[in-house]
Structures are given as C-alpha cells and as structure tokens.
Design a binder for this molecule. Structure first.
Ligand code: NCD
Length: 524
C-alpha cells in the first residue's frame, strides 16, 4: 500500500488531518518510550537510515530550536543534511525562491525545511517543486516543511505543542481549556492553534493580549467555525479578575522585529499586560502549566525565570518534544514509517468544478424586455446588469470602472447606477459589435459576481446569463494578493501568479498566505 505521507509538504497545520496528526503523536509516543527503555531495535525501525537521502535547511530568519531540533532529528535518521547559508547565498543576487530550490533539489535533496519572512512560501514551493519533478522525471516531488513563514503559521511548532498538551492531558482529547497570552497578532505559533486544536472535541480558548497585539479576526473566525468557545481579555490582570481561568497558558514573546515603529515605541507598556507576576500566581489553580514556544527575552521574559524550577514549567518538556515530532515527521515524509496509516487524509482541492455561469430562459422576456441607453434603445450589443447590487452608488461606480478596465470595455455606451429594490445596482451598456468570448465571461463572473449578462440582438435579449461567484479566481494578470508579506505579492517579483479560493462567506482567500479578500480587493 502506498504510504500516504510520503513526499507531502506541510505548509500549514491543516495540511495534516486530525487523524494524521493523531497517528504522528502515537508514533512520537512509541518512539519516546522506546528511547526511554533503550529498546534499540524498536528505535531503529524509526530511522530513515540512508546517507544519500537529502534533507536541506534553509532559514532566512533566525532560529535556535526549530533549526537545531530538525538538525538533531536528521542526525538521528542518519541522512545527508545540508544547510543553505541564506545570508551569503544568491538570494542576495536576486535569485528567486523557485530557482534556488530547484537547484538544491538537483543534488538529490527530497525534504526542505524553510523559514522565511515571506508568507505562503512552502505552498508556492510545493507547486513549483512538482513542476520541477515533472521536468526532471522524479517519481516523488520534493517536500517543503514550513518552519515559520512571517506572521502566518508555524505548523511543526504546532505539532510539538499539541503533543505536549496531549501528554499533560493524559491523552484525553475530550476537552481543552487554553489561554493564549502575548503577541497574538504577530505570533505565528498561536495562529496555527486555530486549526491545530481540532484534535480536541470541546475547546475553550481565552485570548489575552492588549488590543494592539490582539489575535487577527480571521483566526478568531476560524476558531469559532471549529466550534471553539472564544473569550477575549486585554491583560492578565483582567483575565484573572474575570474568573474561570484556564489551567494551561501558552505564552508568546512580543515579536519586536515584526512590529511597526508606533507599537514598538510602546513595548514596555504592552509587555506589562502579558507578563506573569509573582502576585498573580496564588490566584491560579493548582497544577497550572505554562507553555512557551521560546525564545524568552533575557531582559524582559514574559515568563519570569524564577518559575523555571516550579511545576509551572511546561516549556522545557515542550521544547524537548520538538526533536521527537520532527523525527517522526521526517520519517513519515520520507516514507520510512506511516504505511499502516488508514485514517482520513485531507487535501484542500482548489480545482473544484462548479458551474457559475447559468443560462437564463429567455422565452418569457424575449417579447417584453428592452434595454435602452438613455433615450436610445440598444439594438446590438451587451448589457451587464445587477453589478454590485446592494452597494452604495459611489462604490458601484468605482467598481464599474474596474470592470471596464479589466474587460477592456471601451468604446460606445456607458454606465448607470439605478435603483433596485431598497438599494442600488450598476448597469454597463456596450452597444456595438463587441464579442465577449467564454474566457471573458468567466472573467466577468470573477470581477462582478452576481451580475447578469444580456446579449442584445435586433433590440431584444438574445441570450441572458446569470453569473454567480466562481469557486476560484486565478490566471488573470490584473489580480494580486494585498498582503505585502505574501510570496505572491508583486513587489517581491517571485513570479508567483495570484490565486484565490472562495470561502464559505463568499470572500476569497489567497492560496499562499491565506489572507482573506473581498472579490473587489482581489482586483483592486
Ligand atoms: C517561534 C517562532 O519563530 O515563531 N519560535 C520557535 O520557533 N520556537 C516563536 C518566536 O519567535 O517568538
């Protein structure tokens, strides 16, 4: 049976299903026991044990734990470990990510561990790596593991956090009450919690951060969609005062390097709200455990060092678990372990086939409906109706300019904003011999979802299409992700074509950095 983990990339924690993660944790548990009991034969079964199997670390941001635990994991496996010295590499000569990794792949490296300021890098490399594998006739494409991408996600940190919490929960997955304390805005480890904690059936999350460092709405929305109960507090003091305090606290450091000047200037005051103090501790219930992905700031640790030798210290067990889960993850992706996994695999399929262009029966309207442009009836041409229905007249007018630009609807005709029910809608008239082919109609659906397209011949509606919101917007040069840190943002010149998938609420999520956009923003 094919090993379902082999060659897989891990760009976000959601790339592994709940069952896949639980399997990984069970294997981690088995390995830990075998190591403890020095059951060498059992331990050896976990090893890749192939000096030609290449794993490469590429860190474009500083790291101790993530990089070193992966390095120690690679040593356990007895594989070839390469390190790209990014600061002195051809990145400085403006070489793209895709080119850089294609070349490293050519030296028989199959797993890449990548940390970057740019968000969505591994999702992009997964795609470009598949193309490379096809060109080079590789049977298994290279895998990319996200070791932290900007303020987006840190899926392998999430794996070791989940393992530690499971151990402390005695492997009970029925409930979890966890406080996330610190820089929840910039901290990527806490963002991975939104999808990661689905291994627990009933989750309560308490978010403790001053408003300047608050958890972004997109992650709160995700948590709520998973059924978590979410409570929000602006400081540890407020949290304790409110009561029903969690027995597990997960701290994150203020991410000074990602903050703007204004917020950084107020770091002392903000840090106060998220730093544990001695006088607060007696108010916490017995057995309360603190976690931290680390590093702690040596001058201003938010978990004070006097707590190191107390039962609050969960962060050291957590850190040691980093090597274990990474050993297992590498073994799974290499195909050494995992062949007996039979659970559910999730893969987001963004090639959903769905009709969003609907023919409207015109027999009923043929005789009656006539479009006119001002006083002139239209004899030949197109009328695009119901544009941005419900928006304000100003918004509708602005967006009609975008529709005209994107579809190059120049020439005769014009635009109207007209009343529609209680609100307004936009109408674009284009008399003449313009022809909108299928590709342009698809584009129209993407730039003006909800509109109708009327093709007028001899003064009557010959064909009418209702265009609903497409499942994906991609393949158009006019679209772009508006997150300046996204790998696909045009400013980075990485040649990554923008690509968006529709979410449940009809917003569009960048497939790389996962930033949510309205359809207007996609084209803006
Ligand atoms: C974290 C990171 O880099 O996101 N550290 C880690 O990987 N253990 C957290 C941090 O930098 O604060």
């Amino acid at each position: 049976m094919k090993n379902r983990y082999q060659g897989r990339s891990l760009a976000v924690i959601d790339d592994l299903s709940r069952e896949e993660r639980m399997y990984l944790f069970m294997k981690s548990r088995e390995l830990k026991e075998a190591l403890k009991e020095e059951a060498l034969e059992v331990v050896d079964r976990f090893r890749i044990n192939n000096p030609d199997f290449g794993i490469y670390e590429v860190f474009l941001e500083d790291s101790t734990r993530t990089r070193e635990s992966f390095r120690n994991a690679a040593q356990f496996h007895g594989v070839k470990l390469g390190t790209l010295h990014a600061a002195s590499s051809s990145f400085n000569k403006k070489e793209s990510y895709a080119d850089t990794f294609d070349n490293l792949c050519g030296y028989d490296n199959m797993i890449f561990i990548v940390r970057s300021k740019l968000e969505g890098v591994c999702r992009w490399l997964e795609k470009s790596g598949r193309e490379y594998a096809r060109r080079m006739g590789l049977e298994i494409p290279p895998a990319f593991i996200n070791a932290g991408d900007g303020k987006h996600e840190h899926p392998t940190q999430e794996l070791l956090d989940e393992l530690t919490i499971l151990e402390d929960n005695k492997w009970d997955t029925s409930t979890l009450h966890l406080a996330l304390v610190g820089d929840l805005y910039h901290g990527r480890t806490v963002h991975s919690k939104a999808d990661g904690l689905t291994i627990f059936d009933k989750v309560t999350i308490d978010l403790v951060a001053p408003p300047e460092l608050a958890m972004p709405d997109a992650y709160i929305k995700k948590m709520k969609a998973h059924g978590y109960k979410v409570r929000i507090f602006s400081s540890i003091d407020d949290y304790i005062k409110a009561g029903d305090v969690a027995g597990k606290w997960y701290f994150t450091r203020p991410q000074l390097e990602r903050m703007g000047e204004k917020i950084r200037a107020r770091q002392d005051e903000l840090r106060g709200a998220i730093t544990a103090r001695e006088d607060q501790l007696p108010q916490l219930s017995d057995g309360t455990v603190f976690y931290h992905p680390l590093p702690r700031n040596k001058q201003y640790p938010t978990i004070p060092t006097f707590l190191d030798n107390t039962p609050f210290n969960g962060w050291e067990r957590q850190s040691a678990n980093g090597r274990i889960v990474r050993i297992i993850l590498l073994g799974l992706i290499a195909g050494t372990i995992g062949a007996d996994f039979t659970g559910k695999v999730v893969r987001k399929d963004n090639n959903i086939e769905e009709d969003f262009i609907h023919e409207v029966e015109i027999t009923g309207i043929r005789s009656g409906k006539r479009y006119s442009e001002g006083v002139q009836p239209i004899n030949e041409g197109y009328v695009i109706d119901h544009i941005c229905k419900g928006d304000t007249p100003g918004e509708i007018r602005d967006h009609m300019t975008v529709v005209n630009r994107v579809l190059k609807l120049t020439g005769r005709g014009g635009e109207w904003v007209s009343r529609s029910g209680d609100g307004y809608k936009g109408i674009i008239f284009r008399p003449g011999d313009l022809v909108l082919d299928d590709k342009m109609i698809k584009k129209l659906a993407a730039v003006a979802p909800g509109c109708t397209l009327n093709h007028i011949k001899k003064g009557q509606v010959e064909r009418k299409l209702r265009l609903t919101t497409p499942p994906r917007i991609y393949g158009f040069k006019e679209i772009s992700c508006k997150n300046p840190d996204c790998i696909s943002h045009p400013e980075h010149s990485e040649g990554v074509p923008a690509d968006f998938e529709r979410m449940g609420d009809d917003t569009f999520r960048c497939v790389y950095c996962e930033t949510s956009h309205t359809f207007k923003k996609v084209w803006g």
